[in-house]
Ligand binder design. Structure first.
Ligand code: KG4
Ligand code: ZN
Length: 344
């Protein structure tokens, strides 16, 4: 079965074709980073308009790359939520229209299920049951995955998502959006121990997390340095030192909660997914923490950590293969708990 996947939930237009026998046949991605850069964050209306502009050229590109005709497609998957409503509407309208034109079933995919299942596109794919850490710009969640499609929320951030905190700290330091990769790069030159930020909520039982206090701690450090500096500017070393302290605190917090989630679930595998799972310090820390518990860590290749069409084509293919598909409504869900999904 060959499934076309369309991702338009936020600021990347992603298109891919997944074959249930051969894997990903072709994929294309357009990142809107430059469109939103001058605003320091995603502007929803600009995002929707750019998805409209890029979707058809990207579709043509993947069909050409895969050497396929439209008639070769057996189903269409598109991101139905969570995300920006206008951006979601673009992908959903296109997906449903193509399904009707080609007379094939369509399915609205949960964006976070796409992320969660992305590690299954790799060789040595993890098999449920496992614990999943979903860390993106909008979500930070620990999920107990009993089976494909059976998701129980174990804990989540009660305020900012981890990626959002990376982005906000980057903004304070005048780094480009999205900030995660820039903070990680600067942290490599940071001075160990110059700043020490709190590890929020780790002394409390449970698996909920908080990242807004870390953002505030970073802001105070920035303001102190600005006062001390003759020209009110931070040096590159100051910035690197704040990035290191912030990254270490965020990573430690996530690792402590992951360790607890593995112990609580009794599972032997931890899957990490979403944009922040590309972070090297986080990967290393989670591998170290999991190894102590005899658990294995699994994550997608970097290009499948951040938003992409391949994960949507794959998650959609699993559900279409199981006989699930849309009804006649155009059903967009800007808010959509993972636990509402049916089993696959
Ligand atoms: O999954 P994603 O592409 O989009 C959402 O669904 O939100 O995640 C984007 C987030 C951004 O906040 C970005 O700063 C963060 O992932 N990110 C990183 C890294 N690469 C991307 N954060 C930390 N370290 C990275 N290497
Ligand atoms: Zn995402």
């Amino acid at each position: 079965m060959k499934v076309l996947g369309i991702e338009t939930s936020c600021d990347e237009t992603g298109v891919a074709i997944f074959d249930t026998e051969k894997g990903i046949l072709a994929e294309a991605l357009f990142s809107q980073v430059a469109v939103h850069a001058e605003y320091g964050g995603v502007v929803p209306e600009l995002a929707s308009r750019d998805h409209v502009r890029k979707l058809i050229p990207l579709l043509r590109e993947v069909f050409a790359d895969a050497g396929l005709e439209f008639a070769d497609i057996d189903g269409v998957a598109y991101t139905a939520g969570p995300g920006l409503i206008g951006a979601l509407m673009v992908g959903a309208a296109a997906g449903r229209a193509l399904g009707m034109a080609w007379n094939v079933p369509t399915i609205g995919v949960h964006h976070m299920e796409g992320h969660l299942l992305a590690p299954l596109l790799e060789d040595d794919a993890p098999k449920p049951p496992f614990v999943a850490l979903l860390v993106s710009g909008g979500h930070t969640q620990l999920v107990n995955v009993g089976a494909l499609g059976e998701y129980e929320l174990m804990g989540e951030s009660i305020d900012d998502a981890a990626g959002e905190a990376f982005d906000k700290v980057a903004k304070m330091l005048d780094l480009d959006y999205p900030g995660g990769p820039h903070v990680a790069r600067l942290a490599l030159n940071g001075t160990e121990g110059r700043f020490k930020f709190p590890r929020p909520m780790v002394d409390r039982p449970g698996l909920d997390m908080s990242f807004s206090g870390l953002k505030t701690a970073s802001l105070y450090a920035v303001q102190d340095l600005q006062k001390q500096s003759p020209d009110g500017q931070l040096s590159e070393q100051d910035k690197a030192d704040i990035c290191l302290a912030f990254e270490q605190a965020a990573v430690d917090t996530l690792a402590i909660k992951c360790r607890r989630a593995i112990e609580q679930s009794g599972h032997q595998v931890l899957v990490m997914a979403g944009g922040v799972s590309a972070n090297r310090r986080l990967r290393a820390k989670l591998e170290e923490a999991s190894a102590k518990l005899g658990a294995k860590v699994s994550y997608p290749r970097p290009q499948y950590c951040t938003d992409n069409g391949a994960m949507i084509a794959f998650a959609g293919a699993l559900r279409l293969q199981a006989g699930q598909h849309d009804d006649l409504r155009l059903n967009i869900k800007p808010r959509w708990p993972l636990s509402d999904l049916p089993a696959i």
